[in-house]
Design a protein around this ligand. Structure first.
Ligand code: ZN
Length: 157
């Protein structure tokens, strides 16, 4: 299970404009908080940037992480669990009313599409409520003591 991911991409240095390697990371910290970071040490002008943020990364950072490590989805297993699953999902991530309504109306199994770290973070959030989300290998989380067969699964799409 991946709860930390680091990737690199060349972008312009904001100070001198030289093309240098940035480091992007995403992780779940020990308290269970989703976090992302970016950093740069420019060898041309000495600029040093270290940023750490909580929550979901901006779209461009997510695309980079997905390009390196694939696109991951949390898929609903049973249609009758949709309302409950979306209710909990809304307590974990900011879904506005429109997004939540669209998800409720949707016939798609995908509750969430993002990075592997995000999918595993959501799995841990559901697990903390005793709701099983099976991982990509089909194993159930031993720490979840739900009697159901699981509400969703993580897949590499
Ligand atoms: Zn520079």
């Amino acid at each position: 299970m991946t709860s930390r991911q680091v990737d690199h991409e060349v972008h312009a240095c904001p100070d001198c404009g030289a093309h240098v390697q940035w480091c992007f990371g995403q992780a779940v910290d020990p308290s269970g908080t989703l976090a992302w970071s970016r950093s740069l040490r420019c060898p041309h002008c000495g600029t040093n940037i270290e940023e750490d943020h909580e929550g979901l990364p901006p779209a461009e950072t997510r695309r980079l992480l997905q390009r390196m490590n694939g696109v991951w989805a949390v898929q609903l297993l049973n249609a009758q669990d949709r309302r409950e699953a979306i209710k909990h999902l809304r307590s974990f991530v900011d879904l506005d009313i429109k997004e939540a309504a669209a998800l409720l109306r949707s016939r798609d199994d995908e509750l969430w599409i993002g990075t592997e770290v995000e999918a595993n973070w959501l799995r841990e959030r559901f697990s903390s409520l005793g709701i099983i989300v099976t991982n990509a290998e089909g194993d159930v989380d031993a720490s979840a003591n739900s009697i159901t067969g699981g509400i969703a699964r993580i897949v590499h799409v």
